[in-house]
Design a protein around this ligand. Structure first.
Ligand code: ARG
Length: 583
């Protein structure tokens, strides 16, 4: 549709030029104003002519009528055009639409819908990035799936992408963990209990340090000193502490990787915070040399008052570095290493100020790529509906959430389709997919209240529903192959409204991908998938496919089904939803 929109916009521009030859307007402007009317009775595309009224010094009704007159019979893509209250409503030619869209889908296959504007460019994406030895919980779902989806979207558009898991693998928490481990832990216990045990130790040592009135534990400041000392030893490279730290990171990573595997996510780099320790002094020195740093209460800061922000903290009183310091050093390193055209950071909206601050500092430091840094924030997740196990205090672990979803889907499958092959695999794909899809249905910035029942419903606008629809297209294509029905040769034009609506939905994919990249908004893909699924199911319900009597109708409908399979499959890839052929 992108091309169709562009072509029609070009036609409209030509018409406008006949009315007013030196109008200053591009086809792209017009394409941006073209709308999809909410109701097909208003045509397939509409152009609101009041936008031109001022420039052309004419009433919208007049403009719409004049353009309509020229388009009727004068544009192969348009069946007819008319003025309705100043809107130019256009009905697309089904013949042209069929001839244009279906062959393109078949020809391009898994590249159908892919923009090309990323070719030759590099994007670095920093996402997921959990803090080691702390639970990987539902709050991380956003950064993990939005981040990966943005990576897929950019790859689809031709960008070379580098996915970075900026592990929180450094900081005073490791001093605490080392103390706790020596006091209460042992190798066997961690080897068996994994990250859960590390979290337990961490919670225990924090409780001991700050005390816990309810449990009658008095604060223990000495323990805090001990932890600081152990971290300091770690910083100085103490062998034993380094070995422990490395091991803690490994144990945690093994656990995260389980979750990443379930999501089908891999990273290109695991360079975490620790990696940048020796890269910070140069940046701190640069800030100092440029006179950007000030001392405030003993700490070193960059004043950002004139930009309407609180100061950016660079060094604590004791000279130790802070979160922004590390991010600045990491950005400089990544620019040198990857020469990115864009660096995307996906985190909770609570960190928006942090990013705005250090982006500003990078600009003040004279790095001319400061405007290539992009923060993509997302809203909070809370949990309602079905109860979920909470292993560590009040947080819901991602792992437990996935396990609960898989378990539920397994039960549904046992009832609905007990003979399904590869049931475990299918249950995992549908269970995990349900959560991802549910999460990505909302605009990322909106807070969401997670409800397991809604997510897993086979009837609602859910992951299981769209995966079911995809499996349905697969089964039809399979049966067609068995019956020897093929889509080879010329196809008739669509005639039924359900066929045309489906075709229009399929044609919009490329446009939707561009929008999702422009807005950093995977939910645009998710909602697009729902549109296609709805259009396909209406078509499926009303139009017999393999049982259609006429051979050419059968072929056309099979072609529509096969095209739907391709488009849904391509779209699934972009939001980490697995394609399963049977469900
Ligand atoms: N580890 C951080 C956290 O869990 C997120 C890191 C985000 N990335 C960054 N470059 N600051 O809050």
């Amino acid at each position: 549709m992108l091309k169709i929109k562009a072509t029609i916009a070009q036609k409209i521009l030509e018409c406008i030029k006949t009315i007013s030859p030196d109008v200053d307007m591009s086809a792209a402007d017009i394409a941006g104003w073209l709308e999809y009317p909410p109701d097909v009775s208003m045509g397939d595309l509409a152009f609101p002519c009041f936008r031109l009224s001022k420039t052309l010094r004419r009433a919208p009704v007049q403009i719409a009528s004049a353009i309509a007159e020229k388009l009727n019979g004068g544009c192969e893509y348009i069946d007819h055009a008319e003025n309705v209250n100043g809107y130019l409503n256009m009905t697309l030619s089904t013949k042209d639409l069929t001839a244009r869209v279906l062959p393109e889908i078949f020809e391009k296959g898994d590249k159908y819908g892919a923009p090309t504007f990323g070719e030759g460019k590099t994007v670095v994406l920093d996402y997921s990035s959990p803090n080691v030895a702390k639970p990987f919980h539902i709050g991380h779902l956003g950064t993990t799936v939005i981040g990966h989806s943005l990576k897929k979207l950019h790859e689809f558009a031709g960008y070379k992408c580098v996915g970075i898991n900026y592990l929180g693998d450094w900081g005073t928490q490791f001093g605490k963990l080392i103390v706790a481990y020596r006091r209460w832990g042992n190798r066997e216990m961690i080897e068996q209990g994994g990250v859960d045990k590390l979290v337990e130790l961490y919670v225990k040592v924090n409780n001991a340090i700050s005390g816990n009135e309810e449990q009658g534990i008095a604060p223990d400041p000495q323990l805090a000193d001990e932890a600081r000392a152990e971290f300091h030893k770690l910083e100085l490279g103490d062998e034993e502490n380094i070995a422990l730290w490395k091991w803690f990171v490994e144990i945690s990573l093994a656990e995260y990787e389980q979750t990443y595997r379930q999501l089908g996510i891999t990273f290109d780099s695991y360079k975490g915070e620790s990696f940048y320790t020796d890269k910070m002094p140069a940046q701190v020195q640069k800030l100092r040399d440029m006179g950007l740093m000030q001392i405030s209460d003993g700490a070193s800061i960059v004043d950002l008052e004139q930009y309407g922000m609180p100061p950016c903290l660079i060094l604590k009183r004791d000279g130790s570095t802070l979160y922004p310091t590390r991010d600045i050093a990491a950005a400089v390193y990544r620019k040198n290493e990857y020469n990115f055209d864009k660096a995307i950071y996906v985190t909770a909206a609570q960190q928006s100020l942090h990013f705005a601050q250090w982006f500003k500092v990078v600009e003040l430091m004279g790095y001319d790529w400061y405007d290539q840094l992009v923060h993509v924030p997302y809203g909070m997740v809370s949990i309602g509906g079905a109860k979920l196990a909470t292993r560590t205090g009040n947080v819901v672990l991602l792992r437990d959430l996935f396990a609960a979803a898989i378990e539920k889907v397994r039960q549904i499958m046992d009832e609905k389709n007990p003979n399904l092959e590869n049931k475990d695999e299918a249950a995992e794909a549908v269970g995990v997919g349900a959560i991802v899809f549910y999460y990505l249905t909302n605009n990322r910035i909106k807070d969401i209240n997670f409800n397991m029942e809604d997510a897993l419903s086979y009837d609602g606008n859910t992951g299981p529903y769209v995966q079911y629809t995809y499996a349905r297209t697969c089964s039809i294509v399979r049966r067609a192959a068995e019956a020897g029905v093929t889509v080879e040769g010329d196809l008739n034009a669509v005639t039924e409204p359900q066929e045309k609506e489906l075709l229009k939905a399929l044609s919009r994919f490329g446009e939707c991908v561009e929008g999702a990249i422009r807005d950093y908004e995977p939910s645009e893909i998710t909602r697009y998938i729902l549109d296609v699924a709805a259009a396909f199911n209406r078509f499926y319900h009303d139009c017999p496919i393999l049982s259609a009597e006429d051979e050419s109708v059968r072929r056309l409908r099979l072609a529509l089904t096969a095209a739907t399979k391709t488009v849904l499959g391509n779209a699934f890839e972009l939001i980490c939803l697995r394609k399963i052929e049977q469900i």
